[in-house]
Ligand binder design. Structure first.
Ligand SMILES: NC(=O)c1ccc[n+]([C@@H]2O[C@H](COP(=O)([O-])OP(=O)(O)OC[C@H]3O[C@@H](n4cnc5c(N)ncnc54)[C@H](O)[C@@H]3O)[C@@H](O)[C@H]2O)c1
Length: 360
């Protein structure tokens, strides 16, 4: 089978994970071009790839439209500032390219809907980088959920107890702004929020939030607490912090049902801490012992299997696991939390249009 030809737009901090995802999927994918308005960053990623893959030739660009015109590309991955994702993704999909876009896919419900509509209209795949869905413990949990092992779901909690100091926010002017990023719920916490909704039935009835900017000099919040009522009656709670002293403590997902309790923690939801089910199909001891170690970065191991999933989806014509509709769900919960903070009221779903810039 022909290898899919990839290009990357945005060669900043996270883009090395895209390079890694392509290197690890080298049998089915090849990188042909990279683009960044800062050509030095593009050149760095070109070198990273070419030094790992024999005979690879990667072109560099500063203008993604020129790249789309000149290169024969099947899939574009987008890792620019979040606020630029929608326009770039829409341009790529209108040029008939499949797209893998970093999280959050957009900063407004309207933009997310436009992206989804554009992917359908052009018959191309749209996937969102919620790579933690591919963490092994999360896959095990999802399997238990799909088998109905929890019985009636009662509640679930996403605890993101992280630290992002001003040195992090000062790295680039877009960080923490309403226009291009949002606060910690939208940037750091969205992964765990996505997982929470994925394990709790996915259909939201209402969202209530209290957020604040306590310690960091940014527009967005550096702490948020959110309560979600799901349509199946279960309640979700989010505790999302960028303020934990003095460094990252944990990212944990806890799911509680009538007949099951699972807690997955570690630095980034990669470690099963509790695994108890009434059905006795497996023992907590065995499950805990069979685990791999916690990865050394909060980004985890997930980009490689996520890229693999998208490649398979393109080759077989199915949807990727985290398609546009799925990618919108966590982002929409965060926007509902923002709207709730702004109005002081719970936000009922369907929530209508809301954008981070409406917080200004
Ligand atoms: N999946 C994850 O775990 C994860 C982790 C970190 C960041 N992210 C997301 O990835 C995105 C990028 O984050 P980052 O930390 O790498 O940011 P960054 O600021 O380090 O990199 C963004 C890059 O995009 C480039 N860029 C901007 N406009 C461009 C354009 N029109 N054409 C080409 N390049 C352009 C910038 O020059 C910059 O190099 C954000 O949306 C962020 O939320 C995801």
């Amino acid at each position: 089978m022909k290898k899919l030809r990839f290009a990357i737009i945005g060669c900043g901090r996270i883009s090395y994970k895209h390079i890694e995802g392509l290197i690890n999927n080298r049998e089915e994918a090849e990188l042909v071009a990279v683009c960044d308005i800062d050509i030095n960053k593009a050149a760095k990623r070109k070198n990273d790839y070419e030094s790992s893959i024999k005979d690879a030739k990667v072109k560099t660009y500063m203008d993604y439209k020129e790249m789309l015109n000149k290169e024969d590309i099947d899939v574009v991955t987008i890792a620019t500032e979040s606020g630029y994702h929608p326009q770039i993704a829409i341009d790529c999909m209108n040029a008939k390219k499949h797209v893998i876009v970093e999280k959050p896919m957009a900063l407004s419900t309207l933009d997310a809907d436009k992206m989804i509509e554009t992917s359908h209209r052009n018959n191309v795949k749209l996937a969102v980088c919620h790579q933690n869905r591919f963490n092994k413990p999360i896959q095990q949990l999802r399997h238990a959920y799909e088998e109905g092992r929890f019985g009636k779901l009662v509640n679930g909690t996403a605890s993101i107890r992280w630290n992002r100091g001003m040195d992090y926010y000062r790295q680039a002017p877009w960080r923490g702004t309403w226009e291009l990023d949002g606060g910690t719920l939208m940037n750091q916490c969205i992964h765990d929020i996505d997982l929470l909704q994925w394990m709790m039935g996915g259909e939201v009835e209402s969202v209530y939030a209290q957020t604040g900017t306590f310690l960091r000099d940014i527009e967005g919040e550096d702490f948020g607490s959110v309560i979600i009522r799901f349509k199946n009656g279960a309640i979700g709670m989010i505790e999302g912090s960028a303020c934990v002293y003095p460094k990252n403590l944990e990212e944990t997902l806890s799911i509680f049902g009538e007949k099951g309790t699972v807690v997955i923690g570690g630095l980034a939801v990669n470690k099963i801490e509790t695994w108890r089910f009434e059905d006795g199909k497996d023992s907590e001891d065995e499950i805990l012992k069979a685990q791999e170690g916690d990865p050394d970065t909060v980004y985890g191991f997930g980009h490689t299997p996520l890229f693999k999933d998208v490649i398979d989806a393109i080759n077989t014509g199915r949807e990727p696991l985290v398609n546009g509709e799925e990618g919108k769900k966590g982002m929409q919960i965060v926007l509902a939390a923002y709207k709730s903070q702004k109005t002081g009221m719970p936000v009922k779903f369907p929530m209508g249009n809301f954008a981070t810039v409406d917080m200004k």
